[in-house]
Design a protein around this ligand. Structure first.
Ligand code: PMP
Length: 326
């Protein structure tokens, strides 16, 4: 837990060991537990990979002491990397598509990083190309590339997965998590499946996203308001391993928006839309386990709430569905 009992030397030591808290909308017979990642110092799940990737790249020599990390990022990864970079003496440059929330960009700036915006229409693909181009112009720069870097998955295999397993004494029946890069879900799934191969694994994406194409489905591509999960181009999601996933579930923006408000009103959880989508999907998986539709080794479901709603107030996350800009 982040309620550390002794003084710490650096904020980096507060990354991880987040609380695991029950979601009360789930049936009592099959409880859902959510990992509250807003308890990290940069208030998102991405602080884990920020610290893990930079430390690992410094250790291996891939990133020289005092070098530069350049990353295409929707924001949270930038904040996580910026915290770690600042504390470990590394420079940070982030390439961010314009549509992402201003709060995140202000935080990266405050942490001392440089931000370069790319046009929204070019999507994450445009940001990735630009980051590679910039890295070639500098000789001490590395692009961690969270969409393709096995260290992303490894961070969760080493930390998030074991934390969930230990908190539930190994009684994990299913794991449900939203996929952006898919590092969170892949790392947790790989760890828990090594302990208990029968654990049911559900990937969550917004309606309009294309992850379910990996499962042989033919999804209809469309826009969505949720931030942080989903893909328009699965060829960029190199970490997603279909063999580690039983199913991909789509959640509509409207259902996620309703759940964002319900979680606040009924459960005191100030979490954002990707957490709400995970909550909707995790509760549905718990109901299917209860009804015997999913054969899970234990009667408990673990999910991840990646960040806080406070980061999206400027986008009207708690206003009406129409006013929510996404
Ligand atoms: N939710 C939010 C708010 C995020 O920023 C991210 C990271 N893109 C995710 C969920 C998904 O995490 P991952 O990239 O590990 O799949």
């Amino acid at each position: 837990m982040t309620t550390h009992r002794e003084p710490l030397d650096s904020v980096l030591e507060t990354v991880g060991r987040t609380p695991l808290v029950r979601v009360h909308a789930a049936p009592d017979a099959v409880p859902v537990y959510a990992k509250l990642e807003s308890f990290n110092p940069g208030a998102s799940v991405k602080d884990r990979i920020g610290r893990y990737m930079i430390e690992a790249m410094l250790d291996s020599g891939e990133l020289p002491e005092g070098g530069t990390v350049i990353e295409p990022t929707a924001g949270n990864t930038g904040i996580g990397l910026a915290i770690a970079a600042g504390q470990l003496g590394v420079d940070a440059v982030f390439v961010v598509p314009e549509r992402f929330s201003v709060e995140k960009q202000q935080l990266m700036d405050a942490l001392g990083a440089e931000i370069i915006n790319t046009p929204t229409e070019e999507g994450m693909g445009g940001a990735i190309d630009r980051a590679q181009q910039l890295a070639e112009e500098l000789d001490d720069a590395v692009v961690p590339q969270q969409f393709a870097n096995p260290l992303n998955t490894e961070a969760h295999y080493e930390t998030t997965g074991p934390e969930i397993w230990e908190a539930l004494d190994g009684e994990v029946g299913a794991v449900v998590a939203g996929c952006g890069t898919a590092g969170t879900l892949m790392g947790i799934a790989r760890y828990v499946r090594e302990q208990e191969p029968g654990v049911h694994v559900t990937a969550v994406e917004p309606e309009g996203s294309m992850y379910s194409a990996f499962e042989g489905e033919d999804p209809v591509e469309g826009d969505y308001k949720m931030e942080g999960i989903g893909t328009h181009d699965p060829t960029t999601n190199e970490l997603f391993e279909p063999d580690l996933v039983d199913e991909v579930v789509q959640v509509a923006d409207r259902a996620a928006h309703r759940e964002t408000r319900r979680l606040a009103e009924e459960e005191g959880q100030l979490v954002a839309s990707s957490a709400a989508a995970a909550s909707v999907a995790a509760v549905a998986v718990a109901e299917r386990i209860r009804d015997g539709e999913i054969d899970a080794p234990h009667d408990a479901v673990a999910t991840v709430f990646p960040d806080s709603s406070e980061r999206y107030l400027s986008k009207g996350i708690y206003r009406s569905f129409e006013e929510w800009e996404g």
